[in-house]
Design a protein around this ligand. Sequence first.
Ligand SMILES: [Fe+2]
Ligand SMILES: [Fe+2]
Length: 304
Amino acid sequence: MFTLAHLSDIHLSPMPRARRRELMSKRMLGYVNWHRGRKYVHRREILDMITRDIVEQKPDHIAVTGDLVNLGLPEEFLRAAEWLHHLGPPSKVTAIPGNHDAYVTLHPEAGTRHWRPYMEANAAGERLFPTPPARFPFVRRFGDVALIALSSAIPTMPFIAAGKIGTAQRALLANALDRLKQANLFRVVLIHHPPLRAQAGWHRGLRDAGRFARVLKQHGAELVLHGHNHAQTVHELETATGPAFVVGVPSASEAVEGRIPAARYNQYSIARNGDGWRVEMVGRSVAASPEHVWESERRVLRER
Ligand SMILES: [Fe+2]
Ligand SMILES: [Fe+2]
């Protein structure tokens, strides 16, 4: 059995002080938004409780599906790298970027470069599917389970939080899914944006959701994990190789007071069962007064 924890939308706080020239962009609006309200929503203490709980649960692996930072300030990327180290070593943690991690395009190398050890294939995955020059998708393999990590992060205009996978990445994904199926592995697709068209509108959704879902339907996947909507959702998608469960997780730092959903992460237990797979999902959430993490849901997604 393999256990995989999934968390997303870290929106790491507190916000570092920004220099004026760093705010000459889309960041200005984001900075104002943050200090007006978002800083009360995404709290460091909440994230620390979730982080501690995951570490204590000792999953075999941890997947982080983007929005680690808020405005893409250089200092934010460094702090997020420290947080990743806290969660575990790169061999135990896989991360992908979200729209907030591509907030501005000033220095493409300055940002997610600090997270690179967490954003690359492992040796077993590389043998199955060599990473393309654009670095996504990359594959990590752990025994019977393979993670296919995508980037839907694109820089956009202010107030637009949309994402896109693009033609090249979709073609590579199709190829990776086929190869991993031939190897008879459990395929987990990691993507920041919700992959189904109805899940988000034009301003904040995946621009090529329709075409992306078609790739999933034609080539199959067993589990698709995403964030971005800051909500717990489960969809079942019929594919050529059987059902794919598409699961979104709430933000890992969202404060509890008066707001639903609270911070949560999900832990999956994946085991071969005959010709198929048994998958159980356990949700662990932050509860209010006294704030603590508890098992808020336990659900078998599939028996075979
Ligand atoms: Fe987010
Ligand atoms: Fe997002």
